[in-house]
Design a protein around this ligand. Sequence first.
Ligand code: IPE
Ligand code: IPE
Ligand code: MG
Length: 234
Amino acid sequence: MNELRHLGIIMDGNGRWAKSRALSRSKGHEAGANKVQMLCEYCLNNAVPKLSLFAFSTENWQRPKAEVNFLLGLLGDFLKSQKQNFINERIKFKAIGDLEVFSNDIKDQIFSLQEATKEFDRLNFNLAINYGGKDEIIRAFKKIMQNFTQNNTQITELLSAITEKSIQENLDESSDIDLLIRTGGEHRVSNFMLWQASYAELMFTPTLFPDFSQSELEQIVMTYKKKHRRFGGL
Ligand code: IPE
Ligand code: IPE
Ligand code: MG
């Protein structure tokens, strides 16, 4: 049986869930946000030590301004409303993605939640916001290069400093994903954790995220546990 150390979820289908009920897309996002607690509880109860959720991509800024603003508001509400819960449950929170673009208010909430939960280890909870797998790799390269320009180093040394290990260490999240689930029926990764998912088991379900249930999650994890993961070997 495979261990599940890092679960990734692309939480897709909120808009279609709302549309099918003749509701606004915002209602779908609210319903989706309300599912996050179930995912945390599942991980806590099943000893899954790391959960990474895709909440807002670097490409999602292309959506209508009203929807983007609603999602940013929902993010602020989530950070506020979950703080006590994360502390009670001893969950370590981390936001991944390029956080520079967010307002000072959102950034303050992110940093305060990260600070308040940094010693916890029951569950590592990563929320991917303004996150793109390509962007994360670009930022990792820039971090590596910055060290070198500061030290006026030769290009040959710089080249030798670019290794799988150094890139991995400079990503927002270093650990590989074991199981990547996408709800909402699309069979694509949409720029989520391109590096970390290189050997992830990919599972797609047509269930729209607000309908995603603990029992379906349990079934998917059971399928994952029985997979023969070869990693290029036999
Ligand atoms: C996922 O649901 C949430 C975000 C991308 C923010 P969508 O909003 O993409 O819902 P669909 O795919 O349009 O149904
Ligand atoms: C992926 O969903 C991003 C998140 C779930 C946050 P999208 O709805 O943005 O992806 P595409 O556009 O269908 O690929
Ligand atoms: Mg979508």
